[in-house]
Every structure is written in C-alpha cells, then in structure tokens.
Design a protein around this ligand. Sequence first.
Ligand SMILES: [Zn+2]
Length: 410
Amino acid sequence: MKNVMAACTQCGQSYPMENLPYRCGLCNEPLEIELAAGGRIRDGNPLTQTILERYADFLPFASPDRDISLGEGFTPLIPAAGLAERIGISQLYLKNEAQNPTWSFKDRGTVAGIQHARKRGYQRIGTVSTGNMATSVAAYARKAGMEAFIFVSKAIATEKINPIAIYKPHLIRVDGDYGNLYYESLKIGQENGIYFINSDATFRVEGSKTIAFEICEQLQFAMPDYVIIPTSAGGNLRGIEKGFREFHACGLIDKTPKIICAQASGCSPIANAFQAKQTKISRIPQPQTIAHAIENPFPPSGNQVLRLLKANGGLAVAVEDAAIIKAQAMLAETGFFGQPESAVPLAAIQKLRAENILKGSEKIVSIISGSGLKFTEAFAHHSLTSTECKRDDIGPYIKHHFSRQDSGTD
Ligand SMILES: [Zn+2]
C-alpha cells in the first residue's frame, strides 16, 4: 500500500491505512482515502492493461496484482444524439457499465476491495447483497481463489440466487431483519476474519473512481456539465465524484462536472432529504420500486452524498416507476438494455428538463449501471410482441405484413 491516510467524510478525523476501520469511530460516518493530488495516466494500451494499472497513480495500491482481474472497466461511452434530441438537451452520452464481467459497475469496486483484502493477508471476503454486488464478489473471490461469504435475504427468488450460486460461494440465506445486516456484518467479519466489501466500503469507492477517469479520457478531457448516477448506498456516486475531483486536482481537467443523484420515488431517502434541505437522510419505512438494485431504505453513505452534492453544486431527484419503465423502453430503442435502475437517470433527465431545471444546452453523461438481463421480471411491464407464420408462407407473409417503401438492393 502507498503511504496515504484516510479521513472521516464528516468530522475529518484522520485514520492510518493500517487496520483502517470501516466507519469513523467518533461519528460513524464513512471514511475516505485522501485525495490523489498528483499523478498521470500510465502509458500503454488499455487492451493490455487493467484499470488498477492504468490509473495506479490515483489508487492507493503500490503494486496492483493483475491476476485478480476479470477484465473489468474500460466500458464504452456512447453518444446518444437521438435520445438527446428527443429529451431536448444538447448532448447525451451513455456509459455502459453492463459490459463489465458480471454485467454491472460493481466489478470495479470489487476488484479494488479484493486487492486491498489480499494485501492485508485475508483469505476470506464477504458482502451483504441480493443482487449485483453479490454476483460480483462471488465471481472475483473465485478468480482470486478466496473464500466468499454472501449474505442474502431468505426471501430471495431462485432467479436471483442462481447467478450468485454458480460461483460456489458460501451463500447464506438470512432469516430475520436483513435491513441492519450491513452494520452487523462488520462485526461478524471482525470475529471471523472475513473482509467485508459492502456497498460503500472505502476501497469499493476507490474502484468506482475509474468510471470518472474513463469518462475524462473518452471525452478527451472536455468535461460534461452533468454526470447522472442511479444511487442506492451512495458508494458509486462518491467514487465517481472523487475521481473527477482528483483529475481536477492533478490538472488533467479544468472543471469538474456537477453530479446528479437519481433515485426511484418509491425509495428516495437522499432525494427527499435534498429537496427538504436537510443534512441527514431518514429511513424509508416501506420501500417499493421496480428499480430493486437501488432500493436501499437507509443508504450508509446517504449523508455523505448530501454533503458532496452541496459542495459540488449537484442535484438529487426522484422519479416514478412508470417513468422508469418508459425510460427503459427508450434506452432499448437506442440499442441498450439496462436493468430498471439504469433507466432511472434518463427518466430523471426528462423530469429536470420538463421542470426547466435543465435548460437544454447541457452536455450530460448518464450511467447505465447494469444489464437488463439481471431482472427479467421487468419484461412484464412492456408490451412485447412477436408473430407466427407457417414455414412455407414466410415470403408472402413478409410482403403482406411488412411491405417496404424503398427499393434498396443491399
Ligand atoms: Zn467522523
């Protein structure tokens, strides 16, 4: 590990990296590794590098191991001119995190967490998740030859449990209050020598910074006005925001984009607090949204997200399920199939434009957080059709039902 320090995001109490606690001992808020204030992107071809290698100057690892990588990151940033025009903004780019090894952004934070766990000599890692993070930790543990402990809720559907189980972790269905397991798991980890890489773990946040680094490179360092992120625990948003701040501190970009925290209105503790100008989030008693991957009723980094939105000049916004489903269909119309939470930012951009908070001249990057195949139940909310015809009738059938206007010869 490099000789860096961490500090509490709220009270500023500093902590050495040796035996770094999960949260601040004084105020229980999350910790953050000090800002990388100098450095450059490593030379070389991203086809032969890992993200931990390319951005090594900005990460706390002195010598990253490449044998733990599954080829995470370096995901495409695709312009969506048609969508931008439809919504009425100047430019829109989609950062497609569904192209990660386990089909979500989580792999970036997992590889960073596993790297740290290994450097500290752990053989066991764990997480509390029923979705993207569980799959990611199980896969990376397998790759690194480590034991994984995945705590899921007892009610988990088979469709969700098998994509985790395929990697053969210790998969534990927890009977009882799953909501507070985040904090409980840290204690269990301490007692059993398990390194927990939960949603907003300090090193998971470090891994998420690489999303910002890639966006900078992909836009040739010409910054967007906004980056909009579907937000649950807050760890990914914290990482992306910190990444931009670090590149700015190092002189690689001349401004940082404003951050928009996008939530589903059926579970929007951060957006609620933001709208009410509060500095602390309140627990959502009964969360209910189709965007299950961001259905966290009491996000552990929620207060820190509020603090950084204030410092950054950003926004938090919540959108209804109906708008999310519509946005999921809009994404598919441009060739992207994201899970419902991946469509939350698009719905949020539409809402902000309709309210004239976005004026129309903006350049925006929207994060597609994970693949649509992760949550096939969403299909039921779309009117999806197919037709049938006899084998011998296909030619006439096409002519009759799909007659073409042009006379192309290709
Ligand atoms: Zn503190």
